[in-house]
Design a protein around this ligand. Structure first.
Ligand SMILES: Cc1cc2nc3c(=O)[nH]c(=O)nc-3n(C[C@H](O)[C@H](O)[C@H](O)COP(=O)(O)O)c2cc1C
Ligand SMILES: O=C(O)C(=O)c1ccccc1
Length: 345
């Protein structure tokens, strides 16, 4: 397969239509969902020439974790809906690609089992801070013990976005025998609580609870980016949750420049949402992202062909990044700068 679009088509033909809609869909009128990809297409790359580029260099170190390319696996829920091995397969694919997998708190394989399935994989853990601080602490300790190297706290979800496709399809619960294994608490599986009562005080409490670096996922407003610095956050992940939370938020790539400038280089800024081509990765990096993450593309690979499919999605993106970088006259991703991106229309 030559493009991520073909993986989506293959996945669609294999998935239960309600599960396909769950993975593909967004909130509200899906304005933001569409905008994420469209905004990349509205940006143009301005290549440099005759630069005597050296050996390609794609490696990045983020919060002390190494990735062999600036493309991470975004946290997405319910991988067992796409493949029986679920997050185990995803973690193995991420390990093969030598990149970081951000394990969703809503994974259908427990974080300990994800780690055990792919020894040596670089894992971060995505956390929805729970109103019960003791239960949040349980989750943090489990992630630490499983070897996760950072916490990615999702802050764009004070409540769940309105997903019309899921409502229409009646998709509300996982099928029989499938659970959010990180939410197991003795005999029961707790529901994930999305709470509007969370505040910066909860971030401070989390910082006191763990030595792991804390990234915030879903910061859109530059004022919140500045507050994040005051609260000792180690990285930001600019994201509109793939258009699944508040609809009509700007495209992720359009949010990036103001966040990068608010942060002023103090901490790394990552981005997810709509990255479908190596050229998209270059645009984000040129505009100041330290790395990007991909959500749906990995799910499409997984649904199309399990671990191998997810692995091919990541290797396809890698080769696209390599080719685009070379065509831009660059050897290293560090050579990308804002002057190489311009508004195309
Ligand atoms: C099916 C699905 C499930 C998701 N589950 C989570 C989740 O559990 N936690 C989270 O922080 N983000 C979740 N996200 C958002 C992703 O982390 C990411 O922000 C988004 O998918 C990026 O956009 P992309 O799919 O266009 O790459 C989910 C996204 C999708 C598509
Ligand atoms: O579907 C999602 O986008 C998501 O973030 C989520 C959150 C909790 C449980 C399952 C999925």
């Amino acid at each position: 397969m030559e493009s991520l679009g073909e993986f989506e088509a293959a996945a669609r033909s294999r998935l239960d239509p309600a599960y396909y809609d769950y993975f593909a869909g967004g909130a509200g009128d899906e304005v933001t969902l569409r905008a994420n990809e469209a905004a990349f297409d509205r940006l143009a790359l301005l290549p440099r020439v005759l630069r005597g580029a050296g050996k390609l260099q794609l490696d990045v170190t983020l919060l002390g974790s190494h990735a062999a390319m600036p493309v991470l696996v975004a946290p997405t829920a319910f991988h067992r809906l796409a493949d029986p091995e679920g997050e185990r397969a995803t973690a193995r694919a991420a390990r093969t690609a030598e990149t970081i997998m951000i394990v969703s708190m809503a994974s259908t394989v427990a974080v300990e089992d994800v780690a055990a399935a792919a020894p040596g994989a670089e894992l971060w853990f995505q956390l929805y801070i729970q109103p019960d601080p003791a239960f949040t602490e349980t989750l943090v300790r489990r992630a630490e013990a499983a070897g996760c190297k950072a916490l990615v706290v999702t802050v764009d979800s004070p409540t769940l976005g309105a997903r019309a496709r899921d409502r229409r399809n009646g998709f509300h619960d996982l099928p029989e025998g499938m659970y959010c294994e990180n939410l197991r608490d003795g005999a029961r599986v707790r529901p994930i609580v999305m709470s509007p009562e969370l505040s910066w005080a909860h971030i401070d409490q989390l910082r006191d609870m763990t030595a792991l670096p804390i990234a915030l996922k879903g910061v859109a407003h530059p004022a919140d980016a500045r507050l994040a610095l005051d609260h000792g956050v180690a990285a930001l992940l600019v994201s509109n949750h793939g258009g699944r939370q508040l609809d009509t938020v700007p495209a992720a790539i359009d949010l990036l420049p103001d966040i990068v400038s608010a942060v002023g280089g103090a901490i790394p800024v990552l981005l997810d949402g709509g990255v479908r081509r190596g050229t998209d990765v270059l645009k984000a990096l040129a505009l100041g992202a330290a790395a990007v993450a991909v959500g749906r593309p990995v799910i499409w690979g997984l649904a199309a062909d399990g671990e191998r499919g997810a692995g091919r999605v990541l290797s396809l993106l890698r080769s696209e990044v390599e080719r685009a970088l070379t065509l831009c006259g660059c050897a290293s991703i560090d050579e990308l700068e804002p002057g190489m991106v311009r508004r195309a229309c």
